[in-house]
Ligand binder design. Structure first.
Ligand SMILES: Cc1cc2nc3c(=O)[nH]c(=O)nc-3n(C[C@H](O)[C@H](O)[C@H](O)COP(=O)(O)OP(=O)(O)OC[C@H]3O[C@@H](n4cnc5c(N)ncnc54)[C@H](O)[C@@H]3O)c2cc1C
Length: 308
């Protein structure tokens, strides 16, 4: 974890907050307390910070059993119950836990992110405040060409002089846009020009500029978000955030739920009845061809890829 993505004032504020301890009767998770407020860097200027959380694995079990007390039994039994809930899509016990995060992300990533409607958001106001000169430039290994097979994806890294030229264009355009933003705002009062309202000046900035928000979501919808955005089909830039939320946050916060989620949702699969028929025939040693399977070309290929 690095703090270089924050300035010294921001680091000091976090440090001061981290030094405060509160006595509580509520469930706490030591692994989460360890990372509270600290930034996990993402992309070139982004981060994720855990601000608060409610509940733990035991809270899921407690809600599922509608218990008067802790509701937990032996760890094995609790694990079995959480696995059962996950396997059978019994979602409401997971909705009893929540997490609140501070996230800094490029605007084009934010635009994908807000499609997840089941969270609460409060975003940094560019009507009220001035955005920093911070824009996302892909690392060279992520500069890829348009995929020919997947219209919604990329393939093959672009290298050499052409890659350098693309990176230079991206940097120059963002820098020029920010120069104009500053000119329009005219914070220094140069030439006695009126500064353009912040709410208008910001429209000149491209979508690779960073924004930030507080994002609060319950555990069920958090996992739904992760199942879509930590998936290989998601765009690399939003996946970079989802991977950290999965492996650094969920894993610490809810180790048993994380295990079940990985097993049934992330690494598990959902199959159609036709795909199941194909598998049944194959396990009986029958040869099945795509043409007789009833599956379309894409679903057939996905099934074959899964079985390899
Ligand atoms: C790889 C990928 C590609 C995508 N491509 C596109 C694209 O090309 N164009 C595009 O527009 N979007 C695209 N999306 C966004 C996608 O269609 C969803 O809008 C987004 O993933 C949010 O999913 P969600 O609605 O399930 O999540 P949430 O909004 O968090 O909702 C969670 C669940 O709550 C329920 N729910 C929430 N709100 C309602 C409601 N109003 N009515 C009924 N049920 C509700 C649904 O069951 C939903 O699944 C893409 C997403 C991914 C992951």
């Amino acid at each position: 974890m690095s703090k270089s993505i924050l300035d010294s004032k921001q680091s000091r504020e976090i440090q001061e907050l981290a030094e405060i301890s509160n006595h509580t009767k509520r469930a706490t998770v030591l692994e989460m307390e360890d990372i509270l407020y600290k930034p996990f860097p993402v992309l070139d200027h982004g981060f994720i910070r855990v601000i608060d959380y409610m509940g733990d694995d035991a809270a899921v079990v407690q809600a599922a059993r509608v218990s008067y007390g802790k509701g937990t039994k032996k760890v094995n039994e609790d694990r079995g119950l959480i696995n059962y809930l996950m396997r059978h899509r019994h979602s409401t016990p997971f909705e009893m836990c929540e997490v609140k995060l501070h996230i800094k992300l490029p605007m084009f990533v934010a635009r994908q992110w807000v499609r997840h409607r089941t969270a609460n958001i409060n975003e940094y106001s560019a009507r009220y405040s001035i955005l920093d000169r911070e824009f996302y430039i892909p690392a060279p290994q992520h500069l890829a060409s348009q995929s020919n097979t997947n219209h919604q994806g990329r393939e093959g890294v672009i290298e050499g002089d052409y890659a350098n030229k693309i990176l230079q264009i991206l940097k120059d355009d963002a820098s020029n846009a920010y120069d104009h933003y500053e000119y329009l705002l005219n914070e220094s009062g140069e030439d006695s020009r009126p500064g353009l309202a912040r709410e208008l000046a910001r429209m000149n900035l491209p979508v690779n500029f960073y924004t930030q928000w507080y994002w609060k979501i319950d555990l069920h919808n958090f996992m739904h978000f992760l199942s879509l955005r930590a998936d290989p089909h998601a765009q690399y830039e939003i996946k970079a955030y989802a991977d950290i939320l999965l492996e650094e946050v969920l894993k610490r916060w809810m180790p048993i739920t994380y295990e079940a989620f990985k097993n049934y949702k992330v690494d598990g699969v959902h199959l159609s009845s036709k795909a199941m028929e194909v598998i049944k025939k194959m396990t009986k040693g029958e040869k099945v061809e795509m043409e007789q399977s009833g599956l379309g070309k894409r679903e057939w290929q996905e099934l074959i890829d899964l079985l390899q």
